[in-house]
Design a protein around this ligand. Structure first.
Ligand code: EPZ
Length: 420
């Protein structure tokens, strides 16, 4: 397994361009199952999760071709069940269920695994599909779904932690080919969900309320192919903003859409980080002292849970107490123990992490555990004095395109050590 070797203490300087959004492109790829026509998706990041979704679609019978940031998919003939092992391994694959059910009226998909950040239930996905008229049977690790025809209805999709991102995408995709009108109340409003809705509309779907908690989908008989560009990855953008701030650098971030992460910009500014538009990009500068800042993760447009770990790494540099509360997942503090190995002082009280920031961080070997926790360890390693080795960075390769190359271009002393 590869690791990153980081010699920290160097302020990041220069320009970086943000790649396409992982959390948009995965459901978009699933949506291509809704038509037999060819779909072209552009600005696709070269990530292991994206390549994996391609393999899953191929196991269903689709033709998938990747070529310089574009993926061309033709699901002319697809079957309703794929490779159990592959589908089980990646949570994002649950969103093939809705499209398969809508197109073929039956599907068998393996139950997605949980992961280190929580049990990751899919009860809301199943509730929505049942409401549309699907008969569901769960046996031997599979969800077997069948329907004569999906029929539109009004359904409430909110859960104990608020809306579900992939659940909203799944039900919305199924509803595009259902008979009649479907209204999804407590729909997720994340930019990635809006991207899926806009993609579906470009395929001929009828959807209103995009970006609001109430989505109305009027079923059509068929959808056609499309040629579509994915939105930039707001989580990658925020990761680089936190890295520039934590190393007291100055970085020009190209290709991000600031309106997609206003809550993070607000908190960075509260922490004393300068972030302002410049020449169509975002200039982040942090020379003054970082101020301790409290954060609570919330559904969009609140502070995104996917930036919680990265912001915590930044708060380790803010002299004083910062309280970081995680309201979306039940156990998303895997990075805390590893940050402590770099000298961070963090205690966990229920859903909150109390960061006592300000003590200098010093390099040490650390272990990545999930995608965003790994990003937090890279940020802390860049800010620490001395050498940090981040092991198991396959977690990072799932969601960050050539991270070490982008960081090296910003002056970071970081290299990938093959196979540990
Ligand atoms: C998406 O996961 C993202 N993944 C996650 O990003 C992100 O953290 C999450 O949304 C929240 O923003 C992709 O888009 C591939 P949810 P998703 O359903 O859709 C509970 C990353 O780092 N819930 O919005 O699976 C759930 O347990 C990843 O890029 C139910 O209770 O998340 C959680 O507490 C990590 N029942 C909350 O809702 C359900 O049926 C939000 O989960 C579904 C979810």
């Amino acid at each position: 397994m590869d690791s990153f070797l980081i010699k920290g203490g160097v302020p990041l300087h220069g320009e970086v361009t943000i790649s396409g959004s992982k959390n948009a492109v995965l459901p978009l790829m699933a949506a291509t199952l809704l038509t037999a026509d060819t779909c072209v998706i552009r600005n696709v990041p070269d990530l292991s999760d994206v390549r994996f979704m391609g393999k899953i679609l191929e196991s269903l019978g689709a033709e998938v071709k990747f070529a310089d940031g574009t993926v061309t998919i033709r699901a002319a003939k697809v079957k309703g069940f794929g490779d159990y092992e592959m589908i089980r391994k990646m949570r994002g694959s649950i969103c093939i269920l809705g499209p398969l059910l809508a197109r073929l009226r039956e599907a068998s998909v393996s139950l997605p695994g949980g992961c280190v950040i929580g049990t990751r239930p899919i009860d809301l996905h199943l509730k929505g599909l049942k409401a549309l008229g699907a008969k569901l049977d769960i046996a031997n690790g599979y969800i077997n779904a069948k329907t004569k025809r999906l029929v539109g209805t009004m359904l409430f999709l909110g859960g104990r932690a608020g809306p579900t991102v992939l659940g909203t995408a799944n039900i919305m995709m199924a509803a595009t080919l259902a008979e009649g009108v479907t209204v999804i109340e407590s729909a997720a409003c994340e930019p990635e969900v809006c991207d899926v809705a806009n993609f579906l509309v470009s395929m001929g779907a009828k959807i209103t309320g995009i970006g609001s908690p109430t989505l109305t989908i009027t079923g059509v008989d068929r959808l056609h192919g499309t040629d579509y560009e994915v939105i930039p990855d707001r989580i990658e953008a925020c990761t680089f903003l936190c890295a520039a701030a934590a190393t007291k650098g100055e970085v020009l971030v190209h290709g991000a859409r600031p309106e997609h992460f206003a809550a993070v910009l607000d908190k960075l500014r509260e922490a004393g980080v300068k972030v302002e538009p410049k020449a169509g990009a975002l200039l982040v500068k942090s020379t003054a002292r970082i101020k301790p800042t409290d954060v609570t993760t919330l559904p969009y447009a609140g502070f995104p849970t996917d930036v919680q770990a990265q912001f915590m790494a930044l708060m380790c540099r803010a002299p004083g107490i910062s309280v970081i509360t995680e309201r979306i997942f039940e156990s998303r503090f895997m990075h805390v123990a590893e940050l402590a190995r770099l000298g961070a002082e963090i205690s966990i009280e229920g859903p909150s992490a109390i960061v006592k920031g300000g003590r200098p961080l010093s390099g040490a070997p650390v272990m990545a555990s999930d995608l965003r926790a790994s990003a937090a360890l890279v940020i802390a390693g860049l800010a620490a004095t001395g050498t940090t080795q981040v092991h198991r960075i396959y977690h990072l390769d799932r969601g960050y395109e050539r991270m070490e190359e982008k960081l090296r271009k910003l002056g970071a002393r970081i290299e990938r050590v093959e196979g540990e």
